[in-house]
Design a protein around this ligand. Structure first.
Ligand SMILES: [Fe+2]
Length: 323
């Protein structure tokens, strides 16, 4: 099992993931540097399908120039069109392991592969149907780039909560309103899909080999998952009871949006010995909303008191709680 220490390094609640002990918290964006050992192989698979080459090879005829005026302009393909299944399988397994450890879900969509040359961008939008978390894995030689733009854009907490923090004595500029996350080579960036996000317009190169390049997709919402001696079928009444109690608990705090995902360690005697907050994306959803942190603490107490059936060995339950 992977474990991480998720820390707040700056005024952004933007966490960098480090491989030490686990204590997850509220997340809007995570970045994982040096994510995948096969980055260079993936990069070669890309350049092999875009580099200057006068030979006609069928495998290069794969790119969809996707252009929705004033919203999306870039070139994309299903990653399997460009990357060998064995290599893409290794990448997907790495995503799944990372997702399970950090988000409580290994349900990941098949990656798309995209590149951005002169004029390519994504204007701000949200993805609420595709998956709870969006991921972007960069194959961009960022330090040597010959373009401007190309950062992942995310609406900042200040913009999202503009009026409640409004200061009539102080003007703001784009750097405070929109966070720009560099597409560092071999970095995985994962963010809350509900947030307005985009890609800064790329200017300065028409050469795909020098483009912003990324594998990207979504993690689906976590689902209850049991490992060990217990199974979900046999514990359905307890698990559903906890989820229902969680919803009732949540209602006490007014409109709170989002999901909190928990990992419970269950002892052979059926008691819960450890309750780990894997991740949550809770936000106040309107007037009368309480503090999401109070919701999380109430849920933690609820889960710590859960009682399961006795078994010969321990079990582990991943449990998402929604409103
Ligand atoms: Fe998106």
């Amino acid at each position: 099992m992977w474990a991480y220490d998720l820390r707040f390094p700056s005024s952004w609640d933007h966490m960098h993931v480090h491989s030490t002990m686990c204590q997850a918290r509220r997340v809007r964006v995570l970045t994982q540097p040096s994510f995948f050992g096969g980055a260079d192989e993936l990069r070669r698979a890309f350049t092999d399908r875009v580099g200057p080459d006068r030979a006609v090879r069928n495998e290069r005829f794969i790119w969809d120039y996707w252009h929705i005026p004033r919203q999306y302009t870039y070139l994309r393909t299903v990653a399997l069109n460009a990357i060998a299944p064995s290599l893409l399988g290794r990448f997907t397994e790495a995503l799944q392991a990372w997702g399970l450890a950090n988000l409580g879900t290994d349900r990941v969509t098949h990656p798309w592969l995209s590149y951005y040359v002169e004029g390519c961008h994504q204007a701000l939008h949200s993805d609420v149907a595709q998956g709870m978390w969006s991921y972007v894995y960069s194959l961009t030689p960022w330090e040597d780039r010959a373009f401007t733009g190309g950062e992942t854009l995310l609406a900042s907490p200040l913009l999202l909560d503009y009026w409640s923090t409004f200061d009539p004595t102080r003007s703001t500029e784009s750097g405070e309103l929109v966070e720009r996350i560099p597409a560092l080579y071999d970095q995985l960036t994962v963010f809350d899909s509900r947030l307005p996000h985009g890609v800064a317009v790329v200017e300065g190169t028409r050469d795909p080999v020098k483009a912003r390049v990324a594998l990207h997709g979504w993690f689906h919402d976590p689902v209850p998952t049991m490992r060990g001696e217990l199974d979900l079928e046999g514990t359905a009444s307890v698990v559903e009871g906890l989820r229902a109690a969680g919803r009732r608990e949540r209602e006490r705090y007014g409109p709170i949006l989002g999901t909190s995902t928990w990992r419970l360690h269950i002892e052979p005697d059926g008691s819960v010995s450890e309750v780990v907050a894997v991740v949550d994306n809770l936000v106040p959803g309107g007037p009368g909303a309480g503090d999401p942190t109070d919701v999380v603490e109430a849920e933690r107490s609820l889960l710590a008191d859960a009682v399961f059936e006795r078994r010969d060995g321990p079990s582990e339950l991943i449990l998402p709680l929604e409103g």
